[in-house]
Design a protein around this ligand. Structure first.
Ligand SMILES: [Zn+2]
Ligand SMILES: [Zn+2]
Length: 270
């Protein structure tokens, strides 16, 4: 039987900007033949960080228990994860909170640069008044700090600033991304191939073929995520993500349990 790629990036209605309960996502995954999914709803941040797009800390047990309630032996298997943002000072909460939740997977993301929600459609106009290359440079500096915390298992949507189509020339991008990718390889950090960019103005998987190739050269392990905010998104466009990985020279990807990665061969076709 053909192995299907697991979807390691799924949100739920608890984060206030997604629809569907965990059972709806698991059913959708079953219908599509996925064998494994991981819920990665946005982590609560009791320090007041971006409260509009996440559950409150006191809601977290609802999330934990809902995921636990649908875990079973039969496919699709369900993993328990979280998408946690890196931001200045996040360690004050995450250092002690993340390790004791029993997560299988902690996806690390950056959604803000100096307080600007650069991927938020409501703040898109700000792109018109910033220097694009300088903005990307700052973004990669924040990603570097994310990597250095060693709190996360993989970087989510690594080139998210391209969401609305703003990006530096490849030459500059390469020069900015390389030191971060070097460090990711050194510390064993994974990278997510995230298909949600195909549903956004840029119309492209995160990250771009250039970055996936640079990651491949360094042996950085990859996983796949739809960034589903609706059950119909589960596993979306994974055939294209598989092609992207293969074209960059990847022959394997990682699965994870209790934050331990295991490399498995990529499926041949999808
Ligand atoms: Zn979200
Ligand atoms: Zn995200």
């Amino acid at each position: 039987m053909q192995l299907m790629l697991p979807d390691y990036h799924i949100h739920t209605a608890l984060c206030r900007h997604a629809e569907g309960e965990v059972g709806d996502y698991r059913s959708a995954a079953g219908t599509k033949g996925l064998e494994e999914i991981c819920f990665t709803d946005h982590a609560p941040n009791p320090d007041g960080y971006d409260p509009r797009h996440r559950m409150r800390l006191e809601q977290f047990p609802l999330y934990r228990d809902a995921v636990a309630a649908i875990r079973g032996e039969e496919a699709p298997r369900v993993l328990f994860g979280v998408e946690a943002d890196y931001y200045e000072g996040c360690e004050r909460f995450l250092d002690s909170w993340l390790p004791v939740q029993g997560f299988d997977f902690v996806l690390g993301s950056v959604h803000f640069i100096d307080g600007w929600g650069f991927d938020n459609p409501e703040e898109r106009h700000i792109w018109d008044s910033v220097d694009i290359a300088a903005t990307w440079r700052k973004y990669f500096e924040v990603i570097m700090r994310l990597v250095e915390t060693r709190l996360f298992d993989a970087v989510g949507h690594m080139d998210l600033p391209k969401k609305f189509g703003h990006r530096p020339p490849d030459k500059d991008l390469k020069e900015m991304a390389q030191p971060v990718l070097d460090r990711m390889a050194e510390v064993g950090m994974g990278m997510e191939l995230n298909t949600s960019g195909l549903r956004k103005p840029v119309g492209e998987i995160y990250p771009s073929p250039l970055i996936v190739s640079l990651a491949r050269e360094r042996g950085i392990p990859i996983c796949f995520g739809s960034d589903a905010h609706s059950p119909s998104d589960v596993g979306a466009d994974f055939a294209l993500a598989l092609s992207l990985a293969r074209e960059a020279g990847y022959t394997d990807y990682f699965r994870i349990r209790q934050r331990k990665k295991e490399r498995v061969p990529l499926p041949r076709v999808y």
